[in-house]
Design a protein around this ligand. Structure first.
Ligand SMILES: Nc1ncnc2c1ncn2[C@@H]1O[C@H](COP(=O)(O)OP(=O)(O)OP(=O)(O)O)[C@@H](O)[C@H]1O
Ligand SMILES: [Mg+2]
Length: 265
């Protein structure tokens, strides 16, 4: 686990953590993503924005091969994690999804105890040698997700018996527990109230630099608050990508401007 607490400065010229080149995604004959290329860096949060149906979730799911679970979906192009082609036949998809974790729109804790929700992944990946190790992973993950103080006395209670905001932080803790390198978040706050949303946004900022993070959001203020890079999608193409501050104040494309100023979407 990366124990360095200070996030590296943005733009520190590290090689990208993940690269997408010429990605096309089809559902049957229908093309949902058209020739998209993008670099994702560990020291930046990348936001995907754009109107409903433009392909944000489809493209996000390419980064941990989640589209493999959709029968009609076909992915073309190249996506690499460090130097490894994640679509290579030799790629172990279970390992990949531990390295590239995912947090969904609707919190989806397992119907098990809070402790077991966290311990499950490390156990199947053999990350803990004994109970003490596992206790440490559970506590560390819950601490990083900002949930430990709220749940430390009720680790045996069901994960589904928590508030929505707590459940989402539990799902983030669960993703962190297997020591991922990248975290994909698909509208992680859309089911949460403003206070729970603020906690998740703080958490995303804390996690920046430890993990490469991509977040899909419909909330423009959220994208502006949490991300350093923004990609704007429209009708399956990536129309514009750049520094979040530039995209929101001085976009080069008319379609980006129309979207961020609320003219459509
Ligand atoms: N499982 C699927 N089977 C067939 N078509 C799909 C499937 N999932 C998505 N699509 C289509 O692909 C396109 C992109 O969908 P996607 O869910 O990626 O959009 P999105 O930008 O995430 O939208 P939203 O903001 O509403 O979540 C849409 O036209 C959608 O209907
Ligand atoms: Mg979506």
């Amino acid at each position: 686990m990366n124990t360095n607490n200070a996030p590296p400065p943005v733009g520190s010229n590290q090689p990208p953590k993940m690269t997408a080149r010429g990605v096309n995604v089809f559902y049957g004959a229908k093309q949902a993503i058209k020739n998209v290329s993008l670099d994702v860096r560990a020291d930046e949060v990348t936001a995907f924005i754009g109107p409903s149906g433009c392909g944000k979730s489809t493209f996000l799911r390419c980064f941990n091969r989640m589209n493999d679970t959709v029968d009609s979906a076909r992915v073309e192009g190249e996506i690499k994690l460090d130097e490894t082609d994640i679509y290579a036949a030799s790629m172990d998809v279970v390992q990949l999804r531990a390295r590239v974790g995912m947090v969904f729109q609707k919190p989806n804790p397992f119907p098990k105890s809070i402790y077991e929700n966290i311990a499950y992944g490390p156990r199947i990946h053999g990350l803990a040698a004994n109970k003490t190790d596992m206790d440490g992973i559970v506590e560390g993950s819950l601490r990083r997700a900002g949930l430990w103080e709220e749940v430390k006395d009720r680790l045996g209670e069901s994960g589904t018996a928590m508030s929505g905001g707590q459940q989402q932080r539990l799902c983030i803790a669960r993703a962190i527990a297997v020591d991922p390198e990248v975290i994909l978040m698909d509208e992680p706050c859309s089911a949460l109230d403003p206070i729970a949303t603020a906690r998740i946004e703080e958490l995303i900022d804390d996690l920046r630099g430890k993990y490469a993070i991509i977040i899909v959001t419909h909330n423009m203020q959220q994208a502006a608050r949490v991300s350093q890079k923004t990609a704007f999608f429209h009708l399956g193409t990536m129309v514009e990508y750049g520094d979040t501050s530039t995209i929101f104040t001085n976009p080069s494309e008319g379609r980006t401007k129309d979207y961020i100023t609320g003219r459509y979407g």
